[in-house]
Write a protein of this length. Structure first.
Lengths: 159, 227
């Protein structure tokens, strides 16, 4: 063992240096390689509407708050109409999906589908995005729409 | 040391029972989520301690490469295995919670994707390890692979702040009611103690099996090709 420990450290430190260099290379790649632009999980209503013709037809995810007062459920419970808003723009959504129990007006949602030419976003995949608030029933939720919209991370700083 | 580790482990199991009791029966249901939010009391500690164990693994890997002492390789195995177990549990718990609250089992958002990558990377290090028979090379390769795999760990933690994701950002004492903080913290310490106990236990097993490997290692080192 003595011969092994006296011989190996320099080689081991060389390996160590290579590992550190590999990590630095990966981090630089992540930072400079524009990975952030490819990591937009959903578009806000404003972004979708400002995309013009590109917005139509492509399968995208649209994220925002369920606009208060906009929810209309079909009689059989299999279809759902509502509007998604970021506080500035709103996009009407037609969902052929059974929403999770958390679905309600004012909550964050992400819908996967496409914007049709009549301006309605058609989706079969409706996901609820809840925020990081965990409170007992005794605490009322009195946040404004603007405060709730912040939980959707739609600000210019994270695009 | 052995008795100390066992004591920490037993304390951890006791705390896990207490924390889970408080989480299931004393803490209130969440105002919008109801009872399903109680999975938080295992999911969040699993994430915290899983990320911590992978950090331990990275530290042990650096320590091994720096010192060349086998004891760091022994501890590395323990930390890697507990990281993989917690990483797997984390994905399963998250899928269960996501199905009920988000409405889906899985989506390729940045938090879920980096977490899956983390699980696969550390499982890959263990797989790599099982393919290398020569102990010195195995320890060196495991350490280097661990350090490279660790690049993903800060991404798992910070990605929800950097990018839009379906997964919410970290909660904090400001966003979680005090009655829910208590079981969360008890279970976090419980899982930390259990993880330390299991890593120490696994390191001891690895150290003993290394004793069985030593003779061929010594013959090889004394051989002419190493002169």
């Amino acid at each position: 063992m003595a011969s092994a420990t006296s011989r190996l450290p320099s080689r081991r430190k060389a390996v160590f240096a290579i590992a550190i260099a590999a990590i630095a290379a990966i981090l630089i790649f992540l930072a400079v390689g524009g990975i952030g632009e490819n990591l937009v999980y959903y578009w806000s209503p404003s972004e979708l509407l400002s995309a013009g013709d590109q917005a139509y037809g492509a399968t995208v995810r649209l994220g925002g708050l369920v606009a208060p007062g906009s929810v209309v459920r079909s009689a059989d419970g299999l279809e759902l109409d509502f509007a998604v808003t970021d506080g500035v723009e709103r996009v009407p959504v037609h969902a052929r999906a059974v929403p999770p129990a958390m679905f309600r007006e004012g909550i964050g949602v992400v819908v996967e589908g496409r914007l049709s030419r009549n301006g309605v976003f058609e989706t079969k995949r409706l996901m609820v995005k809840h925020d990081n608030q965990y409170q007992p029933p005794s605490e009322g939720d009195e946040r404004s729409l603007e405060e709730l919209a912040k939980t959707m991370q739609l600000g210019a700083d994270d695009t | 040391m052995r008795n100390v580790a066992t004591g920490i482990g037993l304390l951890g199991i006791l705390l896990l029972l207490v924390g889970s009791y408080v989480g299931l029966f004393v803490a209130p249901p969440e105002r919008h989520m109801g009872d399903v939010q109680r999975i938080m009391y295992v999911h969040v500690p699993t994430a915290w301690i899983g990320l911590l164990c992978s950090t331990f693994a990275m530290i042990f890997a650096v320590a091994y490469l720096w010192t060349g002492r086998n004891r760091w390789d022994d501890r590395l195995v323990g930390a890697l295995e507990i990281s993989v177990i917690l990483g797997g549990l984390l994905l399963v718990q998250g899928m269960l919670w996501g199905r009920v609250t988000w409405g889906i089992w899985w989506t390729w958002d940045v938090r879920l994707t980096t977490s899956l990558i983390m699980f696969l990377l550390f499982a890959g290090v263990l797989a790599l390890r099982s393919f290398v028979e020569e102990p010195l090379r195995r320890a060196t390769w495991s350490s280097v692979a661990t350090i490279i795999a660790y690049v993903d760990v800060p991404l798992v933690y910070f990605c929800v702040r950097w990018f839009r994701s379906l997964h919410q950002v970290q909660s904090s004492p400001e966003t979680v009611h005090s009655s829910m903080i208590i079981p969360l913290r008890i279970n976090a310490f419980a899982m930390l103690f259990i993880a330390i106990w299991l890593i120490a236990w696994r390191a001891r097993i690895e150290s003993k099996s290394r004793g069985a490997e030593r003779p061929p290692e010594r013959i090889e080192i004394q051989g002419a090709q190493n002169g």
